[in-house]
Design a protein around this ligand. Structure first.
Ligand SMILES: *[C@@H]1O[C@H](CO)[C@@H](O)[C@H](O)[C@H]1NC(C)=O
Ligand SMILES: *[C@@H]1O[C@H](CO)[C@@H](O)[C@H](O)[C@H]1NC(C)=O
Ligand SMILES: *[C@@H]1O[C@H](CO)[C@@H](O)[C@H](O)[C@H]1NC(C)=O
Ligand SMILES: *[C@@H]1O[C@H](CO)[C@@H](O)[C@H](O)[C@H]1NC(C)=O
Ligand SMILES: *[C@@H]1O[C@H](CO)[C@@H](O)[C@H](O)[C@H]1NC(C)=O
Ligand SMILES: *[C@@H]1O[C@H](CO)[C@@H](O)[C@H](O)[C@H]1NC(C)=O
Ligand SMILES: *[C@@H]1O[C@H](CO)[C@@H](O)[C@H](O)[C@H]1NC(C)=O
Ligand SMILES: *[C@@H]1O[C@H](CO)[C@@H](O)[C@H](O)[C@H]1NC(C)=O
Ligand SMILES: *[C@@H]1O[C@H](CO)[C@@H](O)[C@H](O)[C@H]1NC(C)=O
Length: 332
């Protein structure tokens, strides 16, 4: 006999578990399927207790309730385990038994019953401002009669559709597809996908969630120049170009002097020691693959003298004023 079941299956205590199962049996033995054979799943840890006279009472206490829901005549041994608890985590062997024929599968299905809910899986495509996309959140539905409820929070102004899908091994999953239009306001926003199990404990449902931080690509939204250093002849000055863009923008500088425009090159900062020829209008352009944006013009006028020269002149002037004042007082 050949039985095909998944190697491992997981579910949550208080829920149920569908075991996808198909088997094969030789042609000569096929007739036993018509005589409603007894089909059971033997639990690995109770192996030594089976076939003992008091087994029935032991079984009542320990074994989970397992029901075959597949059509045996079609060699479908799909079964449902109900009323699960974490003590039911074990290896289970499929067994078919009729009057003069008994077969037990040698390969087991490992069943893992946990008290928590599996974390949902989130797939996020590349998000570009203004381009409608689907974000998908998927959680396993080991008990298809009571699938988890999946929600997106916040829903980002989009539409959510639920879908149930069959996996290659016969198990099922539930997805919530969020169809929305990303905006730059969604950039770096935390979004949760929440999986809610409806029938766990009476007091509170069982929850599990996955948080993703969105990265939305958008053209530069704001470009500005910040200036450090005082504008005096001979002073060191730094102009920094800043912008809000994703991916980060490349910055290019322009300068207008006496009606003539000049490109100063690509750099984040512009540093120079102020001289007469630095007088002019500065513009910085931010560019990324989605677009470009200019800053407002920054007028820089470098005075004809340095700050120290200015201070010296100021000091001389103050001295002169002071001397004049003293002179006036003495004249009285
Ligand atoms: C089932 O068994 C029959 C006879 O042994 C064989 O011809 C057939 O290919 C088997 N099918 C599968 C799915 O193993
Ligand atoms: C086996 O039976 C289950 C339960 O009735 C059903 O959902 C599944 O589709 C069947 N599998 C095949 C391969 O027929
Ligand atoms: C489910 O399990 C609980 C405790 O394990 C038990 O009290 C209850 O009778 C079981 N229900 C069914 C339908 O087997
Ligand atoms: C089982 O026993 C019955 C009657 O004793 C017999 O007709 C049948 O062929 C046997 N089946 C197998 C698979 O040995
Ligand atoms: C059983 O499931 C829990 C929760 O999903 C997981 O943490 C644990 O590793 C699993 N154990 C096995 C043996 O697969
Ligand atoms: C999003 O999903 C819907 C429905 O599942 C589908 O019609 C649409 O084509 C998908 N859009 C994209 C961009 O994948
Ligand atoms: C989640 O993704 C991982 C890795 O891609 C995969 O192994 C796992 O089966 C997925 N779980 C579900 C519920 O789809
Ligand atoms: C200005 O910058 C130059 C070159 O980086 C440096 O040698 C000089 O010391 C700086 N002067 C001042 C006043 O910081
Ligand atoms: C920014 O300004 C420069 C210089 O005036 C100009 O060449 C460039 O096209 C402008 N870029 C944008 C995006 O307006």
């Amino acid at each position: 006999m050949k039985v095909s079941v998944p190697k491992t299956l997981s579910s949550t205590s208080g829920s149920c578990l569908l075991i996808p199962c198909l088997f094969n049996i030789s042609k000569e033995r096929e007739h036993i399927l018509d005589s409603s054979p007894e089909v059971t799943w033997r639990q690995g840890s109770l192996w030594s207790l089976y076939d003992k006279p008091d087994f029935i009472s032991v079984r009542r206490q320990k074994e989970p309730v397992i029901e075959v829901v597949g059509d045996l005549r079609k060699k479908n041994c799909t079964s449902v385990m109900r009323n699960l608890s974490s003590q039911h985590s074990d290896r289970y062997f499929f067994r078919i038994q009729s009057k003069n024929f008994t077969m037990t599968d040698t390969k087991a299905v490992r069943i893992n019953v946990s008290d928590s809910l599996a974390e949902p899986n989130v797939t996020v495509p590349v998000l570009r401002e203004g381009e409608k996309v689907n974000m998908t959140c998927t959680a396993p539905a080991p008990c298809p009669s009571h699938p988890p409820n999946i929600k997106w929070d916040p829903a980002l102004g989009g539409d959510i559709s639920q879908r149930t899908q069959m996996n290659a091994d016969g198990t099922q999953s539930v997805s919530a597809i969020l169809n929305f239009v990303p905006s730059f306001h969604h950039h770096e926003l935390k979004v949760n996908c929440v999986s809610i199990h409806p029938l766990h404990r009476e007091d509170k449902p069982l929850l599990s969630h996955k948080t993703v931080i969105l990265s939305v690509e958008y053209p530069p939204k704001k470009t500005w120049i910040s200036l450090t250093g005082l504008v005096w002849l001979g002073n060191n000055m730094t102009l920094t170009c800043q912008s809000n863009a994703n991916p980060p923008a490349v910055h290019r500088w322009f300068m207008k002097r006496a009606g003539v425009e000049e490109e100063l090159g690509v750099s984040h900062v512009l540093s120079f020691t102020a001289a007469h020829e630095n007088t002019g209008e500065y513009i910085c352009e931010a560019q990324n693959p989605y677009g470009a944006m200019n800053s407002t013009n920054l007028q820089i006028t470098v005075p004809g003298i340095s700050f120290t020269a200015f201070l010296s002149i100021l000091a001389v002037l103050l001295l002169l004023v002071f001397a004049l004042l003293i002179l006036m007082i003495y004249r009285r």
